[in-house]
Write a protein that binds this ligand. Structure first.
Ligand code: AMP
Ligand code: ZN
Ligand code: ZN
Length: 323
């Protein structure tokens, strides 16, 4: 199988685009695709300081590498962060891969370890708070990613969500009729004017998981392919993911068509209904934007018998080691 652009042999076939690509042409294809997404949705402006959240997995490795390749063209500054959640050997491997990636790309970075900032691991918190692992993990990650960006004065926070992640969330929020969450699944989610909630961007919005995996492999990026040991495969999101994969096999290009429609018409409809306007007040403990009197993070920390302000002071001192 030959590459559609040169004589080298192709390593990936993209049915929806009717292309077969060699390693070199896959890389340039994805870099151009991400640049197009950035321009189409206005994700990045000149002089932005972008914090890349790296999990140690393939998607955020690909994201970091592509932004690294585009940074001079875009005229931006990059910083990185990784959160070690303390999930045994799994987290150790993820932290190692993240560090290696940042070092290789010479991106200044911060590592936050849950054990260092709160004296507990994610499995401890799940046990103590008696809540589902994925929801606790999501809450902690969202809070720490945002506060790191805020403390580092970054005006954009980039995550490695790929096309299938987004389509999967859209279908899930549809099925559970959660219109507030549904309206947030955009390539750019505006922060608050005071900068405390940092604008989130998803530059891999139109990149498929298979493309991101192949990119990470051909560019020899350090990443871990293991799945989180705390995940429950029976969760609805995994069934939805299989449904999307099967539909895409029979109808190549369906998910990208769906995603574009979602952005061009459905989101606008929700916006006209005022569905996208979250009213933020300020958390009475940490002072960060919150939809309730005390934010979810501070409530969680209180629930496990710790002091949120002490945790935040430790976050700050970890971040200051970098700056
Ligand atoms: P997930 O929620 O695990 O599907 O990850 C979605 C995105 O969140 C990833 O692509 C990363 O950009 C970011 N992310 C997830 N886990 C971490 C982590 N432990 N540290 C930093 N960023 C993360
Ligand atoms: Zn080629
Ligand atoms: Zn708070």
């Amino acid at each position: 199988m030959r590459c559609s652009f040169c004589n080298a042999s192709a390593i990936i076939s993209l049915r929806y685009a009717k292309l077969r690509l060699c390693p070199e042409h896959l890389s340039s294809y994805l870099e151009r695709k991400v640049l197009r997404t950035i321009n189409r949705y206005g994700l990045i402006k000149r002089n932005d300081k972008v914090l890349i959240a790296v999990s140690g997995g393939k998607d955020s490795a690909t994201l970091a590498h592509i932004l690294y390749r585009l940074k001079d063209h875009l005229g931006i500054k990059l910083v990185g962060m990784h959160i070690n959640l303390g999930i045994g050997e799994y987290s150790i491997k993820l932290e190692r891969a993240s560090r290696e990636l940042f070092e290789r790309l010479a991106i200044p970075y911060v590592i936050l370890s849950l054990k260092d900032i709160a004296d507990v691991t994610l499995p401890d918190i799940v046990r103590m708070a008696r809540r589902a692992a994925c929801s606790v993990c999501g809450l902690i990650k969202r809070y720490l990613m945002n506060i790191t960006a805020y403390m580092l004065n970054a005006n954009k926070l980039a995550t490695g969500h790929v096309l299938e992640d987004i389509v999967q969330f859209i279908i899930k929020e549809f099925l559970t009729a959660d219109f507030d969450r549904l309206s947030k699944l955009k390539p750019l989610l505006e922060g608050t004017p005071d900068g405390r909630l940092v604008t989130k961007i998803r530059p891999l919005y139109e990149v498929r998981e298979k493309e991101s995996l192949t990119y990470a492999i051909v560019n020899n990026l350090p990443f871990v392919y293991d799945t989180c040991p705390l995940i429950d495969e029976r969760m609805m999101v995994f069934k939805i993911r299989r449904l999307i994969d099967n539909l895409e096999l029979e109808h190549p290009g369906l998910s990208i068509y769906f995603l574009r429609k979602y952005n061009s018409s459905f989101i606008k409809y929700l916006e006209n209904l005022g569905m996208n306007k979250t009213k933020f007040s300020t958390c009475n403990i940490c002072g960060m934007p919150s939809t309730s009197h005390t934010c979810g993070f501070c409530r969680l920390i209180l629930r496990i018998g710790k002091d949120p302000l002490d945790v935040l002071a430790r976050v700050r001192s970890q971040i200051e080691t970098m700056t």
